[in-house]
Design a binder for this molecule. Structure first.
Ligand code: PLP
Length: 424
């Protein structure tokens, strides 16, 4: 394929009519496909069906003899904390097990910080005038939605392929109103990138002007590998401690995409001071978490090897879907210059950088052809992609046949939009 930019006017016209014809043929199939949200497919949820019968009749005591049916133990069962401690990279006594949503824990931490401050705060963040967060972009739309909800200013920073642009992060953090930063350090949503050792060391050592600066370290995809390689990243708590900032990182994760997305367990892990801070506010909110679900997770997953085996089974189901998207994009777009796209080694998304100024048009073309895509701009703070180029593809939920069909259509839409943009 020749670069669209290099085509002569007649060549461009010929390509346009052939791609338009292929797009029209695709549209005439009247398909209805959805590639919008990173949800596990029903066959992935089936992998955890045995949990529905756990912990089982009569099995409700923890190893320490606590009655899982009753109130109490806000921090979570010791065996659940111990199971996930190596995965989170935090000692079990610095892990809190919450209910089913890590996003809810992140939301609560923001609210507590705004209302009360965090360890090291001179005053609540809401009394700081105009608190701000560094937001690597493209990023996770729901992270941005929390900040928008509470009026925290968002400062976008580019992703580089190995984490956020650290020169930009270091400049922004020199402003004392900058209180925190979102980080999805492994298999980022949506770019799939893994923060490099250097990026992580620089984040830990960052000279933040705010003494109560926090990294919201959302390790949502820590065990969600798409290849045989189980990529590891440096331990953020240890790095921060070594750099003299022991309270800097709030770690979040969950089993939403390990066991059951609507019935998993979520985690908060941090320094001892931060865990005390979190539990102190959380104790006003709840008398204790669902400990039967914590027991259920321990009975089902057993140990880290059990988690890894389970994630291998997920990989067998979803890796072919990611391969199908890559194959269609490659076949239609390679060499055209119309787009670049990621080849993630884990996580739930493929991120496409379409021709600048065309992402909205691609979403519109796809919708007209029966393929629902995440709205253009969703991966940027305030929904505003400055280049109108980023598209987030979420291939896990549809069946493989649906992913194949949708990818064909998406690739044609990206190509057609790029040709239209050149023709203008
Ligand atoms: N964090 C990231 C980066 C995500 O992509 C998602 C879901 O897509 C979540 C958190 C949601 O986590 P939970 O289900 O634990 O609330």
């Amino acid at each position: 394929m020749t670069l669209i930019a290099d085509l002569s006017t007649p060549e461009l016209a010929a390509l346009r009519s052939s791609v338009q014809a292929r797009y029209d043929a695709f549209r005439s199939q009247g398909l209805k496909l959805d590639m919008t949200r990173g949800k596990p497919a029903p066959d992935q949820l089936d992998l955890a069906n045995a949990m529905l019968a756990l912990p089982g009749n009569g099995d409700y005591f923890s190893a320490a003899g606590e009655d899982g049916r009753n109130y109490g133990n806000l921090q979570g069962l010791a065996e659940t904390r111990a199971l996930f401690s190596p995965i989170l990279g935090a000692p079990a006594d610095r892990v809190v097990v919450g209910d089913n949503s890590s996003l809810a824990l992140m939301h609560d931490c923001i609210v507590y910080a705004l209302l009360k401050g965090v360890p090291g705060s001179a005053r609540p963040w809401s009394k700081e005038g105009s608190p701000a967060f560094i937001c690597p972009a493209p990023g996770y739309d729901r992270h941005f939605a929390i900040l928008e909800e509470f009026g925290i200013r968002m400062l976008p920073v580019a992703m580089t392929g190995h984490g956020p642009d650290m020169d930009a992060v270091e400049k922004l953090a020199a402003d004392p109103s900058v209180k925190g930063m979102w980080c999805v350090p492994k298999y980022s949503n949506p770019t799939g990138e893994i923060y490099s050792d250097e990026t992580i060391a620089r984040l830990a050592a960052l000279r933040a002007a705010a003494p109560d600066f926090r990294l919201f370290w959302d390790n949502a995809y820590c065990v969600h590998h798409l290849t045989e390689r189980r990529n590891e990243i440096p331990n953020i708590l240890e790095e921060c401690e070594r750099a003299g900032h022991p309270d800097r990182a709030f770690i979040f994760a969950s089993t939403s995409k390990v066991t059951l997305a609507g019935a998993g367990v979520a985690f908060f892990a941090s320094s001892a001071a931060n865990v005390r801070w979190y539990l102190s506010s959380a104790s006003k909110r709840s008398i204790g978490p669902d400990k039967l679900n914590q027991l259920r997770h321990v009975r089902f997953l057993r140990d880290v090897a059990g988690v890894e085996r389970h994630m291998d089974a997920h990989r067998a189901l979803i890796a072919p879907k990611f391969a199908a998207v890559a194959e269609a994009l490659e076949r239609h777009l390679a060499g055209t210059g119309a787009a670049r796209w990621t080849a993630p080694e884990g996580g739930y998304f493929i991120s496409v950088e379409a021709t600048a100024g065309t992402a909205k048009r691609v979403v519109e073309l796809a919708k007209a052809a029966g393929v629902a895509l995440t709205p253009a701009g969703a991966t940027w703070p305030y929904g505003k992609d400055p280049h109108d180029s980023n598209l987030r593809l979420a291939p896990t939920f549809p069946t493989l046949a649906e992913v194949r069909a949708a990818s064909e259509g998406i690739a044609l839409c990206i190509l057609l939009a790029a040709i239209e943009a050149r023709a203008v």
